[in-house]
Structures are given as C-alpha cells and as structure tokens.
Ligand binder design. Structure first.
Ligand code: FNR
Length: 378
C-alpha cells in the first residue's frame, strides 16, 4: 500500500522509499563485520561498480499514448507462478542482517508471492524455512559439497521439504578475495554462522568425531573441508540430473560460450550473474553480458539475471534486455537489516510499485511488453 493507483498514501514509511539510498540507511544499523560481509565486494570493488555503471549506461525510452491503464506483470518461470518477474536471490547467513534471518525473508516473500531461493549457506535449515514459508514457492541454491553423501542428503532434504527448482551456483567454488573480511580476519562460517543446513544434516554429522555441541570448531573445520570445490566441471552435471527431479538452473554465467555449454548440457535455465561483484574483481558487468547471452540462447533457455539491480527501473532495463526474471540481492537484505520481515516486505513492495509505474509511464501494459526498443544506450 505505499503507492496505489498512482496516488501516494499519507502514511510515512519508516524505511526510505529511495531504493538507491537504502544501503546508507541499512549500513548505520549493521555491525562493522556484517557491513563488511554484506556490502563490500571483491578486491577494489571494480566489478560491483561496473554493475551499477552498466545500468546507468542504458536509459529507458518512454512511449506515450499507449493505453497503459490495465497492467499485468504476472509470469511463469520453470513452472513457478510469479506476480511479476522478480525473485529473491539466494543469500547466505541472513542472521548477519537480522536475528530472524531467512525465516523473516521467506515469510515476506510468501506474503507477496515472490519466490524465495534458499542458500546452501543459510543460517536456517531447509526444514525451518519450509515450515515458515508454508505453501509459497521456493527454490534451492546448491553449493556442491565435495562430500557426496552430504550432497545427496541436501538434494533429498530439499525435495522432501518442497523446493521445486535447483539453482547450482558456479562462481563460488572458492570464496573471492574480499579485503573487508580479510582485514578483519572475519569468516562467519568459522563461527558456525551460515552452516545450519550442514549442522542439521545426518550425513554431515556422521562424518564428525564428536557431536556439534561438544566441538563446534571441529564442525566448522569439517565444513571448510567440503565447501571449496574448484575441481567442479561440466561432466558432473549429469549426476545432478540423476538425483534432482525438477528444473535445474546454473547461476554465475557471464559469457556466451558458457551459456551455450549450459544449453548443450541440458539444463533448464541460467542466471546471468557475477555474484554482485563479490567473486572476481575486474570481471565484466553482469548487465553487459545479458544481451549477447539472450541472443545466443534466450529462445531455448530460461535466462534469469542479477547483480546490481537496485530499483524498479533497473528491473525494467534487465527485462528489456531479455531477462525472463530478475533476482533481487542486497536490497532485500537491507530491508531485513532495518526491520526484519516488515523491512523485506517494504523493499519488495517498493521495487514492485516502482517497476509498475516505470513500465506504465513508458507505455507498456505488462512486463512481457518490455523489449530492446524499450531502452536505448546513453
Ligand atoms: C550473496 N550471493 C549468494 N549467491 C549464492 O548463490 N549463494 C549464496 O549463499 C550467496 N550469498 C550471498 C551473501 C551475500 C551477503 C550477498 C550480498 C550475496 C549472491 C546473490 O545471490 C546475488 O548474486 C547478488 O547479491 C547480486 O548482486 P547485488 O544485486 O546484491 O549487487
């Protein structure tokens, strides 16, 4: 209800409606460690900046007098119905932002019908999130652990608790060079933060010499042995197909070559993403990769997009350049930090309302009408 039928409401929200400055407001509430982990990016931050610059380099080209009174942004992505082409990006350790963590996020997502994607590195387990989320749509994001019994257990638990699509993240087989964390000697996982899926896992526990409570450090070290997986390669995808009964999406595709390989390996979709600039400092902007990837595979693969989306206008630009839907990353975390579930709901409502306004004001009756002619290079 922040914005209805083109009229402002008279309630003053406690969180800013300026999605571009939300980061500043949230930053004031976070501990230095949480701020460093959430906001900072890899290396000099050049990829994170490039993500934003790429959005600024595209401008919306509005059309007038086009009967845009009735709007419908609803879509279906890999069998999941969405009120608008927006999903919650998989983000680990959400308790760093707010004590309710993923439970608040999945409840906010459920309230608005926006799909939630559960990170392998979450601070709540599959089962806890499934209970909090009820019947609302949810997908599971896998970091492929090198221990096969844990991998199979994760896939089984995710399917048993109603996660319908599997998103395999490819760009984080090792953690990127992140000076904000390195300078503090801060790695939340080693304090057993963000490894709840592991700690609650029977196969993981079977590999521990002592129970987690008796030796939490050993549990974190056990995690640290199976998380890094730089040996991962294309031939392993067949194994996922055998053990996952639903759509499979590859997250972290940045080149046409990899998009074509994804197609050849029979996956259902990709996420064009550079992980918000958190992995390779100097990598190309995610948005710069989008049009050529859509041209190469967009008619045969579902193409999702993230990295740098901050506003409803950004969402419109990514959709105009061919994304089927957009994943929202840091902004929802800022809402979470500021006000838990209500904060995530606020941010989702703001971006959806602004998206609706921008599309209507620029002459579109729905998200599906956005196309290359809707934007122009600045
Ligand atoms: C992430 N991201 C991420 N991705 C993933 O596949 N699994 C994960 O566990 C995480 N964890 C994570 C933690 C934090 C604090 C952030 C900010 C991001 C990446 C996320 O899904 C998405 O790709 C980026 O957030 C997009 O960039 P922007 O829009 O946040 O800049």
């Amino acid at each position: 209800g922040i914005y209805a039928q083109g009229m402002f409401t008279d309630t003053r929200p406690e969180i800013t409606t300026n999605l571009a400055t939300l980061e500043e407001q949230a930053a004031a509430t976070l501990t230095p460690e949480a701020l460093g982990y959430i906001v900072a990016s890899a290396g000099s931050g050049s990829t994170a900046r490039a993500n934003r610059d790429a959005f600024d380099a595209w401008r919306i080209a509005p059309r007038m007098l086009r009967s845009a009174a009735e709007r419908d942004h609803a879509t279906t992505i890999l069998g999941t119905a969405l009120p608008a082409p927006l999903m919650i990006a998989p983000v680990g350790i959400q308790t760093l932002a707010h004590p309710d963590g993923e439970l608040a996020t999945v409840r906010a997502a459920a309230a608005l019908g926006v799909p939630y994607i559960h990170s392998t590195q979450a601070s709540h387990s599959f089962e806890q999130v499934a209970e909090a989320g009820g019947d609302a749509p949810r997908w599971y994001q896998l970091y492929w652990p090198t221990d096969e019994s844990v991998l199979l257990s994760f896939l089984g638990r995710a399917q048993d608790t109603g996660f319908t699509t599997l998103v395999l993240t490819l760009d984080t087989t090792l953690l990127g060079w992140r000076p904000a964390d390195l300078d503090r000697g801060y790695l939340p996982f080693l304090a057993n933060l963000g490894i709840e899926n592991y700690l609650s896992d029977p196969a993981f526990r079977a590999g521990l010499e002592q129970p987690v409570d008796a030796n939490p450090i050993a549990a974190a070290m056990h995690w640290a042995q199976m998380f890094p997986n730089p040996g991962l390669n294309w031939s392993q995808l067949a194994f996922l197909r055998q053990h996952w009964d639903g759509p499979i999406v590859l997250k972290g595709i940045c080149t046409v070559g990899d998009a074509r390989s994804a197609l050849e390996h029979g996956v259902d979709g990709i996420v064009v993403s550079n992980h918000g600039g958190r992995q390779i400092d100097g990598a190309r902007a995610s948005l710069d990769a989008l049009p050529e990837i859509v041209d190469a595979v967009g008619d045969r693969l579902t193409v999702l997009f993230d990295s740098g989306v901050r506003t409803g206008a950004d969402m419109a630009k990514a959709l105009a350049l061919g994304a089927d839907a957009v994943l929202l990353g840091r902004p929802f975390l800022y809402g979470l930090a500021l006000a838990g579930q209500a904060g995530v709901e606020h941010v989702l409502r703001c971006i959806l309302a602004e998206f609706d306004l921008v599309t209507s004001l620029s002459g579109h009756t729905g998200a599906s009408e956005l196309g290359r002619e809707s934007v122009i290079r600045a």
